[in-house]
Design a protein around this ligand. Sequence first.
Ligand SMILES: Nc1ncnc2c1ncn2[C@@H]1O[C@H](COP(=O)(O)OP(=O)(O)O)[C@@H](O)[C@H]1O
Ligand SMILES: [Mg+2]
Length: 296
Amino acid sequence: MRDQAERLRQLARGYQKAAPKSPIIKQSESRARVITVTSGKGGVGKTNLTVNLALALAKLGQKVLIIDADLGLANVEFVLGLTPKYNLLNLLDGGYDINDVVMDGPRGIKFMSGGSGIYQLANLSDAQVQKIIGEVVLFDSWANIILIDTGAGLHRNVLNFVMAADEVIIITTPEPTAIADAYAMIKAYAAHHGCAPLRLVVNRVLEAEEGQTVIDKLGKVAQRFLGVGVTNLGFVFEDPNVLKAVKSQVPVVVAHPETVSARCFDHIAQRLLYGREVNQPSGIKGFFSKFIDLIR
Ligand SMILES: Nc1ncnc2c1ncn2[C@@H]1O[C@H](COP(=O)(O)OP(=O)(O)O)[C@@H](O)[C@H]1O
Ligand SMILES: [Mg+2]
């Protein structure tokens, strides 16, 4: 079992070792879509969705950056089997640039640990904030999509990531408590006058109808009582390979690409890419500007 886990880790690392670290270089004038992944209840699958969706999008040719903004449980690095040395705040130290704070993951995705640095942005001077924004803006021309993995719950520091994003994905399981907490998150979003598109993923379903029932019900009550539209982004089947992948630190879409959950992640990536047109994204620069206004 141990040997197999190590073999899988080596397999995943092989993506990185095959080529030297790929630098972030300017590719276009367009702006990345900044999408925050969040939930009401903890442990419902945000981190696994973020990582596997990023990899599924990369398979479709997208350049994807993941930012781990879950301060309490920085799990993206664990699921990806990476150990970041630096975070955003290191950009203020002489000699570091954006290429030092990102890591390469499988399929060419990139990963940046927000670390505690992301919350300390509130205490920085204007010049320091501008320095950081000046560096991260390179992501707009490199990435097509930026996924931000957050913690759970209605804390202000989670909501700020939700409020500053171009789009929001809320994930829940079919459990009544998780659904109630997802509703509470949508309610908080509405109360703060959020207007970015909200999409729902139902995780750990035993059959497709279960996912459809949750989205139908939640969508209806959100529309009726909050006046908020929530669209269906898809569901993910309950799958023991998800836990196996977490244990081996190789994401399930890489370790078990044909398993039921991996196919669901592929499906969700397609919906996100080819679904309804969204507003012109404000990109990473727009995101950071809004985020800093919110936390200051
Ligand atoms: N589709 C799934 N099938 C089976 N287990 C899952 C699935 N999604 C998540 N899990 C389990 O739930 C755990 C928590 O998932 P995680 O993505 O870390 O949640 P969160 O980021 O919301 O706290 C995983 O380690 C895994 O054991
Ligand atoms: Mg998590």
